[in-house]
Design a protein around this ligand. Structure first.
Ligand SMILES: [Zn+2]
Length: 147
């Protein structure tokens, strides 16, 4: 996962590194330290369902834990459709749908569909709000209201 640091821009949804690390831990904790799609425990990565390059924020509802490695779920997001490509669909409040499509880009056929994630607990909501307060205090950044 690449990180592009662009700070200070209004509306920028990237968190400062310390706050992002804390959010990653919350996401991995939500996942039970397993891939939220296949439940594997291999080289977990926190992935943006809506990529940063498409304006996807560092937020609870946009981040999902996926297993790493060449055969892992994270790598499946970039795999050709012929081999089965993974698409992560945001369902809101930390819930996701994971669709694997085969065929071609023009005619992708759904071959697998699973669900994962969950809304934050009360305790997690408090910690998420703390992260957002810290971000506002430290940087004065305008960031996504919903983490
Ligand atoms: Zn996986």
């Amino acid at each position: 996962m690449k990180r592009v640091r662009t700070q200070g821009a209004a509306g920028r949804a990237s968190l400062p590194p310390a706050a992002y690390r804390r959010l990653m831990w919350l996401i991995l904790d939500r996942a039970g330290w397993r891939c939220e799609r296949c439940r594997a425990k291999v080289a977990l990565q926190v992935d943006h369902a809506i990529p940063r390059s498409h304006g996807g924020p560092d937020a609870w509802w946009n981040l999902t834990a996926l297993c790493g490695g060449a055969l892992g779920c994270h790598a499946m997001k970039d795999r050709p459709y012929a081999e089965g490509r993974l698409r992560v669909v945001v369902l809101g409040e930390g819930r996701f749908k994971y669709e694997v499509c085969r065929g071609s880009k023009a005619d992708p056929r759904l071959v697998d569909e699973t669900y994962g994630g969950r809304p934050p607990t009360e305790e997690e909501s408090v910690r998420l709000a703390e992260i957002m307060r810290e971000v506002r205090r430290v940087r004065g950044l305008r960031v996504a209201e919903t983490v």
